[in-house]
Design a protein around this ligand. Structure first.
Ligand code: ATP
Ligand code: MG
Length: 261
């Protein structure tokens, strides 16, 4: 298990904003001067295509295949984000990651990422961007984490996905990683004028009670602008990006408090 705090961002459902939340929190952390490592465990590699500034010497797939200290060091890849004063590095995705997502029975599952990160040093925070499944990769991320954040859109299927993710966190906590805690469920892409969204956020509250993280993240075009420019949302300088950056900063405060409690 890593000595550096590790936070997994997950959801069963695809496209709900896991990568956007991971990068939003990474941006908030660097603004505060925290040295941050993003691990891209999604074979799609969306976080990698935004963050990795150079061709990685080793990827997350190499690290899982062979969790040695040499592979760990080789996998730490610099990022070109210039958000003084902090720094972001990335452990890059690769299409080969899919080979590490194959189904394993509960008895056969052996956490590998936790082992690979045992000797990690020199960072203040690690954020893991999980794939849209609750397969072995997400289980590996959870087994290596101190905290988990479930991202959910305020929709019928979004809520179902959040409940399944919470069950998975509980299973990993019981059987593999006693220190794992759920920070909470973060509603994303919330439209303030949509009655359906109001209804689903109330429903989320009745299921997860105080574990629904506030404020929710609104639906803003700044997310798409940030990813197409390959820039942290904190540096866009638009009204929407400022609004969202302030929200990420609040969630970062909560996250750091939970880590230190
Ligand atoms: N709050 C938001 N407002 C507007 N657009 C958003 C918001 N959050 C995410 N998006 C957009 O939605 C799309 C999907 O987001 P993202 O890639 O972060 O989801 P994901 O859960 O990581 O997807 P996947 O499951 O494929 O990994 C992206 O184009 C992103 O820009
Ligand atoms: Mg993603």
């Amino acid at each position: 298990m890593s000595k550096v705090p590790v936070v997994s961002v997950l959801s069963l459902k695809g496209g709900v904003g896991k990568t956007s939340v991971t990068l939003g929190l990474a941006g908030a952390a660097t603004v505060r001067g925290l040295a941050t490592l993003v691990i891209d465990l999604d074979p799609q590699g969306n976080a990698t295509s935004i963050l990795a500034a150079v061709e990685p010497t080793a990827t997350a797939a190499d690290l899982l295949a062979n969790p040695t200290l040499a592979n760990l060091h080789n996998s730490l890849t610099p990022c070109a984000w210039e958000v003084a004063p902090g720094e972001v590095d990335v452990i890059a995705s690769s299409p080969e990651l899919i080979q590490h997502d194959a189904f394993k029975s509960a008895a056969a599952f052996k956490p590998r990422l936790a082992r690979a990160l045992e000797k990690l040093d020199g960072y203040d925070l690690v954020l893991i961007d999980c794939p849209p499944s609750l397969g072995t990769l997400t289980r590996d991320a959870l087994a290596a984490s101190d905290l988990a954040i479930i991202v959910a859109t305020p929709t019928y299927f979004g809520l179902q996905g959040a409940e399944r993710a919470a069950d998975e966190i509980e299973e990993i906590r019981k059987n593999h990683n006693k220190k794992l805690k759920l920070l909470g469920v973060l509603p994303n892409r919330v439209k303030s004028v949509a009655e359906e969204h109001d209804f689903r956020i109330k429903e989320l509250g009745s299921i997860f009670k105080k574990q629904v993280l506030t404020p929710p993240i609104p639906d803003r075009i700044a997310f798409q602008q940030a990813e197409s420019f390959g820039k942290p949302i904190q540096t866009l300088g638009t009204a929407g990006s400022r609004e969202v950056s302030a929200i990420f900063d609040k969630h970062l405060t909560k996250l750091l408090r939970a880590i230190n409690s």
